[in-house]
Design a protein around this ligand. Structure first.
Ligand code: SAM
Length: 400
């Protein structure tokens, strides 16, 4: 096959076989001297692809025709599949989605973290494969009066009437908010956040008769208040097993919960440890965390409303720190955070991550200094997408 010239071969197509799925959810193939990242592929597919963009020796490609469908390929049920940037795994059986996620974690740990796991990585499937999302951000196109999600790889709004991963009550809200956006001539917000709690919805900014009110959820015997303008996890039915996995059977004197949000892990940790500190940069989330601590009638928690790097810089070190849990955003931890954690010398660490690549990068640094990896477990919090939640647990090799 002749090499691809990125400037002249715009209309050229190639017949390739998808070797496997890579972290990020794309299919791996090779053609014309390029490594191809093929979107919306299934492992084992034989497909005709066109190259959309070339960067160095990598071509970003899309499928023009499926010539021989993989045994794990299914017909995506969503009419917006391929255009909407939301779900990129609907073309796979649910089993294949789970397997791909485990392989992505293993791939990142091996390639980025230089870690080999002798055992299988267990993955807990989602309770619901569809209609699991209790939180959504809808994008608004004020000029065209459209509401939906961004189209794949763009900032154009894909007008969405029905979203198959939304919880039914959120779908009803989507319909009402859509009507409001379609009829309102004044300028609209650029995006609208909506979240579902035990007593109904919170929508931010307030729109179409919905308000940004405080709502709550009971999860694993605890009660959490939050609203649409603060972070709260998407797949509420998966939180109990996620929390159990992260905390294990840990008990002791002192524990820290970094990136604590509204206190999802902080509060159950305070039932097991004599003193707990939660650290959260977002003022509104920290305020909810304090409120949740108060309504749980717990007096052994301190919530610091600071960035983690700042807090670590200014906090005193503890004689004994039994447990440190961290659940950073997708970007993972800055170097200063890893250095600060190492300086605190926690006996055990649980790292909860929504990005296997940054998790692997950060684990490598912790393990290089003083930790051994006890276990890695995956949770399918985001079915129909390539995203996956991972819990890695570590133990200090020596008390410095
Ligand atoms: C993935 S969420 C986890 C929240 C919480 N653990 C939960 O499960 O609900 C990450 C949280 O980190 C907060 N955050 C982001 N960057 C931060 C930083 N540099 N320092 C402290 N908190 C930060 C966000 O506001 C968000 O609440």
């Amino acid at each position: 096959m002749k090499p691809i010239d990125a400037k002249t071969d715009d209309d050229q197509t190639f017949e390739v076989e998808i070797e496997r799925l890579l972290p990020g959810g794309v299919g791996l193939a090779h053609a014309g001297g390029l490594t191809l990242f093929v979107s919306l592929a299934a492992p084992g597919d034989v497909v005709r692809v066109k190259i959309d963009r070339v960067q160095g020796s990598v071509g970003f490609a899309s499928i023009v025709e499926v010539l021989n469908a993989s045994a794990v390929r299914v017909e995506p049920p969503c009419p917006y599949f391929g255009r909407c940037g939301g779900c990129d795994f609907q073309q796979l059986t649910y089993e294949a989605q789970l397997q791909a996620k485990v392989e992505m974690i293993r791939d990142c740990l091996h390639r980025i973290g230089k870690l080999e796991l002798p055992e299988e990585i267990p993955i807990t499937p989602s309770v619901d494969e569809w209609h699991y999302r209790s939180r959504a951000t809808w994008q608004v196109d004020s000029d065209a009066r459209l509401l939906g999600y961004f189209e794949r790889g763009t900032n154009r709004v894909c007008d969405v009437e029905y979203c198959a991963v939304l919880a039914p009550q959120l779908q009803q809200t989507l319909e009402k908010v859509r009507k409001y956006v379609a009829t309102k001539s004044s300028r609209q917000p650029r995006h609208i956040d909506a979240v579902l709690g035990d007593e109904g919805l919170s929508v931010s900014p307030a729109i179409a008769g919905f308000s940004a009110r405080v709502i709550s959820r009971h999860i694993a015997d605890e009660h959490y208040q939050f609203s649409a303008d603060t972070f709260f996890q998407i797949n509420h039915q998966m939180l109990e097993p996620l929390m159990a996995s992260a905390m294990g059977d840990m008990t002791g004197q002192k524990a820290i919960d970094l990136y604590c949000g509204v206190g999802l892990f902080t509060i159950p940790m305070a039932r097991r440890f004599a003193r707990v500190t939660g650290v959260e940069a977002n003022a509104r989330a920290a305020e909810f965390a304090r409120r949740n601590v108060e309504s749980a009638k717990l007096e052994n928690i301190e919530i610091a409303n600071l960035g983690v790097a700042d807090w670590l810089k200014h906090s005193r070190s503890f004689e004994v720190l039994d447990f440190l849990l961290l659940d950073p955003p997708r970007v993972g931890c800055e170097n200063a955070v890893i250095a600060g954690i190492l300086g605190m010398r926690p006996r055990r660490i649980a790292y909860v991550s929504c990005d296997p690549a940054t998790l692997a990068r950060d684990l490598k640094k912790l393990i290089a200094e003083n930790y051994s990896l006890d276990s890695v477990a995956a949770f399918d919090m985001f079915p129909q997408t390539h995203h996956v939640e991972t819990v890695a647990r570590l133990t200090a090799e020596r008390q410095l």
